[in-house]
Every structure is written in structure tokens, then in C-alpha cells.
Design a protein around this ligand. Structure first.
Ligand SMILES: Nc1ncnc2c1ncn2[C@@H]1O[C@H](COP(=O)(O)OP(=O)(O)O)[C@@H](O)[C@H]1O
Ligand SMILES: [Mg+2]
Length: 260
């Protein structure tokens, strides 16, 4: 059974898409079978992993249609041998309307139902979410075994964490009792700024048992990844400097099987 890991927090620009995308890519490079699921209608995760800028190539073949059909299988794109993708485009923004007007079943578990037939096929399913506690995020939590809470080292993000935590707790209680918090990941840290350092310490003191030891620092090479891409990018290896150690911790925290 796949470990299904949602990357979330109801704030934008904190590194959810980059971190989840790099994680999916690197796990696939380690020979795990990985499915990336884009639950953000912005489609940046889709662009990042597929290499296609123009989301029109995925029109009518996205996670939205997978949810409407109750089966993801016809919509999965093969990006690489071990890396598959359930893409998103702008139309995903209409999902709440569909879920509440037409969906026959629990609206919070619609994604879970769609990926259920393929959960045995993958080692990891990595879900990127939008910067809101919307139906997309609730569906991601409903489908997941684990959540990584993204914490960009800023004050606004500090106040978002307990609210996201409560949302996860409510999801666990009401829709998905297998859901666990894999950890809080500190991202976009800036070693030159004292306020960033203070936030790193503050969240560590507030959640000592839940922060990942790895801190993802802001790096120009990482920031440029969306421009030059994940494949055939001479900078890529160095852009992943912090992510490799994060992935090691993540695998321990979710109890992933050792790959051979
Ligand atoms: N470690 C990093 N170093 C430098 N830039 C980064 C890093 N992680 C993300 N970025 C950049 O920060 C911006 C926001 O990241 P993104 O992953 O899109 O956030 P979110 O999905 O939370 O909105 C993007 O422009 C991205 O390229
Ligand atoms: Mg994003």
C-alpha cells in the first residue's frame, strides 16, 4: 500500500509545490514507484513535474475528471518510468460546485475513492495542495496516510500552523482515522536574516517533537528549478542539497519500506 503524503498549509509562496515536486522526483529516482497528484488549480506542480508550461495539453484529462469518474486510472500521465502524474488545470477550481451539487458519496472522500484502485501499485503518492483550507485540501487529507506541514520561516506562517493542525485533527476524527502528521518542515529559511533564524527556533520550541531536523534553505539554484526544469538541468543536483536529507527523514517518519 502506498504511503500517501499531502504537503500543505493554507498559505501561498511557502514552498509546497517545489518541495512536493522535488520529493516526488527524487523518490522516483530512488526507484520507488511514485504518483504525483496536483490538487491546486494553479497547476504549478503539473508544470514542474511534466515539463509542460501549457496546461491545455491536459484539458479534460485531469484529477477533476478522475474525481468525477471515481477512478484515477484513465487520467494518469507517465512522466518517467517510476514517476506518474495526475495533473490539474484551472477547472479544478469548480470542484466544490460538483462535489456539493452532484457527487454521490462523501464529498470529502472523493479523491480517496478515485485513487483507491491504484494505491497498491505505488510506493508513494505525493499530493500538492492549494494555499487554502478548501475542498481540494480536505480531499487531500481524506486520501492521505500522512501530512507534511510546510512552515515558511515567517510570522504569518507561524500563525497558520495551529489552524492547519486543527484542520488535520478534524479530518482525522471525521473522515480519515489513518491520517498522521509526518512533521513540520521549515522552508525558505534565510541564514542571513535574524528574523528567519528566530522563527526557526520558535517553531522548534513550540513543536519539538514534530519538526523535521532538516531545514530547507533559500537557494538561488532551487528557485531557478522551475525555469530550467528537473531533467537535464546541470544545476539540479546542487539545487536538491537540503531535499535529499529531508526525504531520508520523511521515509523514516512514514515507515516506508527500504527500497531494493
Ligand atoms: N528552497 C528554495 N530556494 C529558493 N526559492 C524557492 C525555494 N523553494 C521554493 N522557492 C521559490 O519560492 C516560490 C514559492 O514556492 P512554491 O513552491 O511555488 O510555493 P507554494 O506552492 O507554497 O505557493 C517559487 O517561486 C519557488 O520557485
Ligand atoms: Mg503551490
Amino acid at each position: 500500500m502506498a504511503k500517501v503524503v499531502t504537503f500543505g498549509i493554507q498559505k501561498g509562496g511557502v514552498g509546497k509545490t517545489m518541495t512536493s515536486g522535488i520529493t516526488a522526483f527524487l523518490l522516483a529516482k530512488e526507484n520507488y514507484k511514485v504518483l504525483g497528484v496536483d490538487m491546486d488549480s494553479q497547476g504549478n506542480f503539473t508544470q514542474f513535474l511534466s515539463g509542460y508550461d501549457d496546461l491545455a495539453v491536459f484539458e479534460n484529462e485531469t484529477v477533476l475528471e478522475a474525481i468525477k469518474d471515481g477512478d484515477a486510472r484513465p487520467y494518469i500521465k507517465v512522466v518517467d518510468e517510476n514517476l506518474h502524474l495526475l495533473p490539474a488545470d484551472d477547472y479544478l477550481a469548480t470542484i466544490a460546485q460538483f462535489l456539493f451539487r452532484e457527487y454521490d458519496g462523501n464529498p470529502s472522500l472523493a479523491l480517496r475513492k478515485a485513487i483507491d484502485p491504484i494505491r497498491d501499485f505505488y510506493d508513494f503518492i505525493i499530493i500538492d495542495t492549494p494555499p487554502a483550507l478548501s475542498e481540494q485540501t480536505i480531499n487531500a487529507l481524506g486520501a492521505s496516510t500522512h501530512v507534511v506541514i510546510l512552515f515558511e520561516t515567517s510570522k504569518f506562517c507561524y500563525s497558520a500552523v495551529p489552524r492547519f493542525w486543527d484542520t488535520i485533527a478534524a479530518a482525522k476524527e471525521n473522515i480519515n482515522n489513518e491520517l498522521e502528521i509526518a512533521g513540520i518542515l521549515r522552508t525558505l529559511a534565510d541564514a542571513k536574516r535574524s528574523d528567519s533564524k528566530a522563527m526557526i527556533e520558535l517553531i522548534g520550541d513550540s513543536y519539538p517533537d514534530h519538526v523535521f531536523k532538516t531545514i530547507i534553505h533559500r537557494r538561488a539554484k532551487t528557485g531557478r528549478l522551475p525555469i530550467y526544469g528537473l531533467w537535464n538541468n546541470p544545476e539540479a543536483k546542487s539545487a536538491f542539497k537540503y531535499h535529499s536529507s529531508f526525504i531520508k527523514e520523511l521515509k523514516e517518519n512514514v515507515g516506508a519500506k527500504t527500497n531494493v
